[in-house]
Design a protein around this ligand. Structure first.
Ligand code: PLP
Length: 397
């Protein structure tokens, strides 16, 4: 299951990217220009009327950013991609494009913290209502549907619980009801999961994570399956202004080239570390889709092309032991974010999900003891030894 499709190794390097037409530079140039000169008054007018293709102004479109949009759209098998300043800008642009006043949304309860907060605290000001539910239970999704439900927003694997939602089942339901299925695919990257192929309408990425992969850029991407959704999203994005800067796009393009290699190494590490943690006497449970003990191991095999490199676990000594452990790691870095070449460890209840109330966290399965690990590309033995020494210290004191 760790073997990726061979063509993806090619696509991450070449998709959407062409040598620079002026000097034949192999790397896509950074078109660091806010505006583009028209050949004539007539051409400028034609560009504005949409009668001719070309660039006008970077908020509306930029060649470097376009190369990244085409690359990720090809990887996700979409109609088109739209790069955004951050992952949150991708999410809010999608909401602004498709949620009218008083619309209802059904959303995975264990989502990225701010994805929940922005709906509860901000979109609620426009009458948008949301039910945050365990979308891994399709009956619960069905029972939450209302006449004004417009969107099903799913994150799978979910953050930070690593619970899976059946994308095909959600797509069937969304289609039957004529509502949009939006999937946040950040945790898998397009290398391991392609929601549009499974029936989703829109895919969201925080490029900050696996796609860029080097913990040095923030960015987001929206990929639409259909032209009409793409056009609507583009209209809203260029008006609201959450577009991506060309230099940022170039950095992400640079990162994407090694995406398949990074995913291969980090998920190989994750599988071995998940087994190590599962057999460790100080660990009470591990959630990783590649383990036979994961309740949705079969679904993971069906809808994912690999199990990824995100896992979470709890210690027998509860959060107190966990606190000691995350303070004792030396190679792993105590930091939020994920999907970079370096292994990152964090405590969601006090960090990424601190903005979600304790009651809501409990309902979403984000226990006080849960520790999230984003496995990087370091040597397997080095990470294992680091976790081992930290676990020993956590127990000793
Ligand atoms: C990080 C993240 C986001 C938000 O992305 P930013 O780039 O930080 O704005 C959204 N969804 C998931 C699953 C994430 O991990």
């Amino acid at each position: 299951m760790t073997t990726q499709r061979d063509d993806l190794f090619t696509a991450v390097i070449h998709a959407g990217q062409h040598p620079d037409p002026l000097f034949r530079g192999v790397s896509v140039p950074i078109y660091q220009s806010s505006t583009f000169a028209f050949e004539s008054a007539e051409q400028g007018a034609a560009l504005f009327q949409g009668k001719e293709d070309g660039y006008i102004y970077t908020r509306i479109g930029n060649p470097t950013t376009k190369a990244l949009e085409d690359c990720v759209s090809i990887l996700e098998k979409g109609y088109g991609g739209l790069a955004t300043a951050t992952g949150m800008a991708a999410i809010t642009t999608t909401h602004l494009a498709f949620l009218d006043r008083d619309a209802h949304v059904i959303c995975t309860d264990a989502v990225y913290g701010p994805s929940r907060t922005v709906v509860e605290n901000e979109f609620s000001r426009f009458g948008v209502r949301a039910d945050f539910i365990d979308t891994s239970d399709i009956e619960k999704v069905k029972n939450s549907l209302r006449p004004n439900t417009r969107m099903l927003f799913v994150e799978t694997p979910a953050n930070p619980t690593i619970v899976l939602t059946d994308i095909r089942a959600c797509a069937a339901l969304a289609k039957e009801r004529g509502i949009l299925l939006v999937v946040d695919n950040t945790f898998s990257s397009p290398v391991l999961q392609n929601p549009l192929e499974l029936g989703a309408d829109i895919v969201i990425h925080s490029l900050t994570k696996f796609l860029n992969g080097h913990s040095d850029v923030v960015g987001g991407m929206i990929v639409a399956k259909e032209e009409r959704h793409f056009k609507r999203l583009r209209k809203v994005l260029t008006l609201m202004g959450g577009t991506m800067d060309p230099h940022q796009a170039w950095l992400v393009l640079r990162g994407v080239k090694t995406l398949a290699l990074r995913v291969e190494k980090s998920q190989d590490n994750a599988m071995k570390l998940a087994r190590f943690l599962e057999s460790h006497p100080g660990v009470s449970w591990v959630n990783y889709p590649g383990l036979e003990s994961h309740p949705q191991h079969a679904l993971a095999k069906e809808q994912m092309k690999g199990f990824g490199s995100m896992l979470c676990f709890g210690l027998r000594g509860g959060f107190e032991a966990g606190r000691k452990m995350i303070n004792a790691v030396k190679l792993c870095t105590l930091a939020v974010s994920l999907g970079g070449v370096e292994s990152l460890i964090q405590h969601p209840a006090s960090m990424t999900h601190a903005g979600v109330s304790e009651q809501e966290r409990k309902a979403a399965g984000i226990s006080q003891e849960l520790i999230r690990l984003s496995v990087g590309c370091e040597g397997t033995e080095d990470i294992r030894e680091d976790l081992d020494q930290a676990l020993r210290l956590a127990k000793m004191e």
